[in-house]
Design a protein around this ligand. Structure first.
Ligand code: GCW
Length: 707
């Protein structure tokens, strides 16, 4: 009896030890539980040869050792004899068709039942990426005996942007505080930094901006640069370069210069010296990311200079060290009464061609601000002489924050595949940012605002990890489908069992459209809560600037709803090429996803479904809510195939998501009804509360605010 009790206790301990808390992300490396698959890999991978012995190769060796040992329950032997190895990692500096980070994987038959895998890359980082690719193949149970793959990244810069402050508060962060513990640096290298670097390398991310774009000049003081160096040293073997945000007023703040005017020689000298100081510590420092003259950040316009003057001054300072400047295009002026949609284009288009060749312009995916669904930003395709990077947002500031399951790959794909028609058909956004359309092959890329914090599972919501994963995978290969990404992530993160994979991926793939429908269907946008951006607030009308208020964006009145951006309105549509305009210019043929982005539509306008606009709005909101119920049902299918811990977490979160979806539907429709004066359709679910109740809700401690 007593022994039985002790035995149970030990079992419990073991279970606790292996509790799935999400820390391991998609690199779980648990033993393959299908015996046939297991023995297939066990027989094929016994000995590994790695040609180089650089720090990156050591990382590769460790990852292969851990991965293979975990997955196959068989430790690989690392041999010095390439002839006897089953996997041969070797450098081929002359390999044709390979870029600096790319790799090839080839299986060669030796006997009927034996084969070898030859991995080639120009550099050790390519070998590391290949190692992760092989581990991914094993984790997702793919055959490895007939490989013939060439893999080169679509984009050369694949960068995370952390909006992390030095006090560890993460702006728009919903997963705890920052993983970067500046207080302990440089002496203390947290294991988190290493696991963060591993995770990034496994999906090809090769840069990280570790500080917020709402910048703090302190990061550029020597003491903090030493801390940054420690991070850069830790990340280097994983192929990750460190970047910092540069506050334009830093020369004044740090060294009391009288001005930060980019044309002032003293200011120029200050930045040149600063760059020299940084590169002495971090020879491969990536460069600066700058938010200037935007939402209160200082910039060249404070001195009547242009964005190009500012960017070029910094570009000249880092150029001798091969650094780059990533200059953000997210600007809207304090005093221009112009439609906010149009302002970035108006500001930057005339500057095309006036930037140094080590400057990239970083443009958000859409013209307003990471809304649930935006048309692509009109600057894509409009500046042929400037390399344009895209900025995406992984952290779900406007997409349900940390309580909602929203898989963002379909949104990223929608933007990547959008056709700008800049040089005729097939001038996709992907072809703009990968440099192929306008020949920016050397300098191109994509950034994403990170959704990482110090929560045990990194991202808060267990499924938010999939967005981090999707970003890396798409930046490496913009052609991957959302379905392929969801499938491989699910297999690595939860289970390879086909019914489980089917339910989970279905849930993921439906989640983006569901969220758009219950928050902002038919092209509504920017109708969320003030400041914390949590929940619906279409009635919001009290903020200092008109274009911070929801009523500015939906323009609901007794006639109808939507923002007229045609020629009879602000004519923002004119910023797109004629062919793009054709898709959106006529309210009768406009793609209904974007209808209210471009048109003020009368409440009884006939939609393609035959319903009136008001009824369609009601249906869409409710479809979104119903879709969440379907997600809940799909999740129940996963119950017996995955661990109880994460099952329960997601089950609870989905229930919050349903409540929040109903809240969005009911609050928005009750409010819009005060204009439409139309009844809800017959049998429509009755709102739980009154409009006054929804309007009274306050969330003073909602996470993620600006401080
Ligand atoms: O979406 C808005 C956010 C701000 C952010 C800004 C930006 C970093 O609400 O918190 O500031 O965008 O992108 O600069």
């Amino acid at each position: 009896m007593k022994y039985k009790y002790i035995f149970l206790l030990i079992l419990l301990q073991i279970q606790l030890l292996y509790a799935e808390n999400g820390y391991r992300l998609w690199l779980r490396y648990d033993k393959i539980n299908n015996n046939k698959t297991l023995s297939y890999y066990q027989n094929s991978i016994k000995k590994i040869f790695i040609e180089t012995s650089t720090p990156t190769s050591k990382v590769l060796k460790e990852e292969m050792r851990n991965g293979i040992t975990g997955l196959l329950h068989q430790s690989p032997i690392f041999t010095n004899d390439r002839l006897e190895a089953d996997i041969i990692f070797s450098i081929n500096t002359k390999a044709k068709n390979l870029s600096e980070e790319g790799f090839t994987l080839q299986s060669k038959k030796i006997t009927k039942n034996r084969f070898k895998i030859i991995v080639n890359a120009k550099k050790d980082i390519g070998l590391l990426y290949a190692g992760f690719e092989l581990l991914r193949m094993i984790q997702t149970a793919q055959k490895i005996d007939s490989l013939n793959t060439i893999s080169n990244p679509s984009l050369s810069l694949r960068i995370l942007n952390h909006w992390d402050n030095l006090n560890r508060h993460v702006e728009r962060g919903y997963a705890g505080i920052s993983i970067f513990n500046w207080h302990n640096l440089p002496a203390y290298i947290d294991q988190r930094y290493i696991d963060y670097a591993r995770a990034n390398a496994s999906i090809g991310i090769n840069g990280t901006v570790v500080t917020n774009v709402n910048a703090n000049a302190t990061i550029l003081t020597h003491a903090y640069l030493l801390k940054t160096k420690a991070l850069a040293d830790a990340f280097r073997p994983y192929g990750i370069k460190v970047y910092l945000t540069a506050k334009f007023s830093a020369p004044i703040e740090i060294d009391h210069l009288k001005t930060a005017d980019p044309l002032n020689p003293e200011v120029q000298k200050w930045w040149q010296n600063k760059a020299k100081e940084i590169y002495e510590l971090i020879p491969d420092f990536g460069g600066f990311l700058v938010k200037a003259n935007s939402e209160g950040q200082p910039g060249p316009q404070n001195y009547n200079r242009t964005h190009a003057d500012g960017a070029n001054m910094l570009a000249d300072a880092v150029a001798p060290f091969k650094g780059i400047i990533i200059w953000r295009a997210f600007v809207y002026s304090n005093d221009t009464p112009e439609d906010r949609f149009k302002q970035a284009y108006n500001e930057f288009k005339p500057l095309d061609g006036s930037f140094r060749n080590n400057v990239l312009l970083q443009v958000k995916n859409g013209p307003i601000d990471f809304q649930p669904r935006e048309p692509f930003h009109p600057l894509f395709g409009a500046m042929p002489n400037t390399p344009i990077m895209m900025e995406l947002q992984l952290t779900q500031e406007y997409l349900g924050q940390a309580t909602q399951l929203v898989f963002e790959a379909p949104m990223f794909k929608e933007i990547l595949n959008a056709d700008t028609y800049a040089k005729g058909a097939n001038s996709t956004v992907a072809s703009v940012i990968d440099g192929s359309l306008f020949n920016h092959k050397a300098l191109n890329g994509c950034s994403s605002v990170a959704n990482i914090g110090n929560d045990i599972n990194w991202c808060g919501h267990p499924f938010a990890q999939a967005n981090w994963y999707a970003f890396g995978r798409l930046a490496w290969n913009t052609n991957l489908s959302s379905e392929a990404i969801a499938t491989e992530w699910t297999k690595q993160t939860f289970s390879t069992a086909p019914p489980i994979v089917a339910s989970i991926t279905k849930m993921m793939l439906n989640s983006y459209d569901a969220m758009v429908e219950y928050m902002t269907p038919l092209g509504l946008h920017h109708i969320m809560g003030n400041n914390n951006h949590y929940g619906p607030m279409p009635w919001g009308n009290t903020l200092a600037r008109a274009d911070w208020n929801p009523v500015y964006y939906h323009k609901a009145d007794s006639m109808g709803i939507g923002f007229n951006r045609t020629v009879s309105g602000t004519n923002a549509l004119d910023q797109y090429s004629k062919q793009v305009q054709k898709n959106w210019i006529d309210s009768n043929s406009c793609d209904e996803k974007y209808l209210l982005w471009f048109h003020h539509i009368s409440w009884n306008h006939r939609m393609k479904s035959g319903r009136t606009l008001w009824n369609e709005l009601c249906f869409k909101y409710n479809d979104g809510v119903e879709a969440v119920k379907k997600m809940q049902a799909l999740w129940q299918h996963a119950q017996n195939g995955i661990d109880a811990e994460r099952f329960h977490q997601v089950e609870q979160l989905l229930s919050i998501q349903l409540t929040e979806a109903e809240w969005w539907r009911d609050a928005c429709l009750l409010y819009f009804q005060t204009f439409s004066k139309e009844p809800f359709p017959i049998n429509y679910p009755k709102p739980k509360y009154s409009l006054a109740y929804y309007q009274s809700l306050q969330f003073p401690y909602a996470p993620g605010g600006g401080q």
